[in-house]
Design a protein. Sequence first.
Lengths: 372, 373
Amino acid sequence: MEAASRIKLVVLSILLLCSSILSACAFKDIDRRLFVSVIGIDPAEKIENGFKVTLKIAIPFGAIKQSSRPTFAYLSEEGETVGEAIRMLETHVDKVLELGHMKTIVINEELLKDDLEEFMNFFVRRGDVQMIAYVTAARPSAETILKVEPNTEAPASISFFNFFGETGTESPFIVTTYLFEFRRDYFAKGIDPVLPIMETNKDHTELIVNKSLVIGKKGKTLELDSIMTKYYNSLVHKASGFSYKIQQDGLHLLLNLDVVKMHYKILSEGERPSKIVMHIMKSGVVGESNKPLSPKKLSEYDKLAEDAMTKKVRHLLLYLQEENLDPFGFGLRYRASKLHSADPYKAWEEAYPEIDFDIIMKVELKSTGVTE
Amino acid sequence: MNRFLYYLILLNMVVNIVVEVPKILIDHSHRGAITSMLLALVIGVSFNWIVIKLFKEHPGRSLPELLHDYVPSWISKPILLYFAFTWFFAGFLSIAAFTFLLKRFLTPEMSTYIIISTFVFLISYGILMKTQSLLNSVELILVLNLPIVIFLISKVYSDRSMEWDYVKVALTYSNNPPDYSAVTAAIYPLLGIVNIIIFNRHILEKVDMRMKQFFIILLAGAATLFTSYFIPLGYIGFGVSENVQYPWILTSDSIRLKYGLIERFIFIFLLIFLSLSFLNTTIHWHVAQKLLDSFHRTKKLIINEKDYNPYVWIVVFWVITFIGIGRMTEYQLFLYGKYFFNQQPLFAVVLIGSLMLIKRGAKKKWKQPAESN
């Protein structure tokens, strides 16, 4: 054998031998990990200004067929900060707590009235928490919500994940807010984030999401009821399946709208923003009626729907304006319209409480449904 | 223009979308990032033009050969050493950046040294390849990866959570004067052409740049800088992003592939950019090793007609990398990165200066061409 190839052989075998002392990328097996799926945060009961962290952990089992219900374990601990509580929880279990699959953060409604930077810090600073985790407010408390195991929950699935992001159910009543959106809009000037509120029924067998909470700066929060949530969601997130009820002169219609388009302009008078002109276009079909309908009169129904919906949208906008909250991001849009040196945000803050809204609604009903 | 030149330029652009450049630009978002980018675009593309024009006169010859032929060695040696150091450091920085990234986001439990070694060993193989084979593998990897990069970037652009209002707010800061650090950081992605100093030897045809090519590079550069700076703002928010270490990683983590095989975009994104960064580092170190070879080589290491000089340099690279990155903190990474970007004008002056010297030397026949290879 030649000298060169012998050296090569020796080097190669040494390298191969070295690989046996590698600790396999320091990787821990799946049975030494606990996958945290939902994390809930409540105010602490024992510690002042502390947090109570509850983790919902999915317990893996051999075969899906063996189990008729999903199995979860719950861990709770209090600490001065979120990180501290989780650090202590690591000593309560024999396995590594893995946050990489954690997809929903449930925060007690009460906590949202305080300064939020502390949570945000924990979740953003840790590299393993997904920025596409959903954030939601909980009523009455995060722990109660976390411990709900809905009857409809299938084995090997978690209903918390299916509610949002149009993964499972798709409803205009459900607002989806990702962690990165929440962080972005919470810190930015000119827009306020909106979180869905998660509730449960009396015997804790259902999760209910149809309201939302606007989180303002300085700990100001405002609840939007289901109707307002629906309007917010359909205008900002273009949520379809928007079923709208109209009642007039004994006529009772339920519209199924599948296209919603919205754009708006901010008009200024001199240096001062004075009016927001909002164009809304909706199109769809009639879903339910208490009287027979005539396809010839579709444009009449259009008109009816336009009037009724304009009223509702105006109500929502004025309601938000009264509380000086801006989840639509009008302020942000206005900031973008002028050079920063003109300080448009200051002008906006002064003008927003008195600004006018002009809503131009256009409804196009395509059909009366399957029957007339 | 030769297609390999495009590859070198494009590769450097794509790789630098991700780590240090956007961080520095976003740090300067209240201090003239936009004007800096415009200025950098003009300077960067003209620099491409100048370098290509100067090399056009010496087809098929690399810079060390030209220096050897036309410039006295007391000038050429320091220049070669300086260039070698610059190229080594460029590669070093991207290995460091990706080591930190992997440690933070993909394999938090792995030892830093194991991560570095996976990089270094693979890259060393690339360094030892023939220059022509390296060029071919660059072509292959780019052709395979660029479509995916385009898909990923277009996904980032078109995602519903992208809030363009933040981008517009960022644009309202376009009346600030440019800042030195921001300009140099924005120039860096446009400098892929400088690898020509070694690769020119194997790029024989069409080393030229006309108006058409000029505009192609200008457009590609503008798109790169725009993507690199503005897109993260749409996800992280304007005025909130300054304290974020890796704006692009946070951005890529903010995108959900609802119907994708993997729901989290970040993993595909990281892996693709990792592979391209690998390639770019290989090129950097290949150039560094070639420069060092012409700086100094001993006959003692030629055993049985096999040259072991490159291996010595590679071992030097390994040692510096292991010790350097093992001890570095993330803060230092960004600090050294900034220093590195800030010294680019010196680099440009030395490169153009040495090419001018070569031009003069060639005219005067200061020294007769010793060997013709």
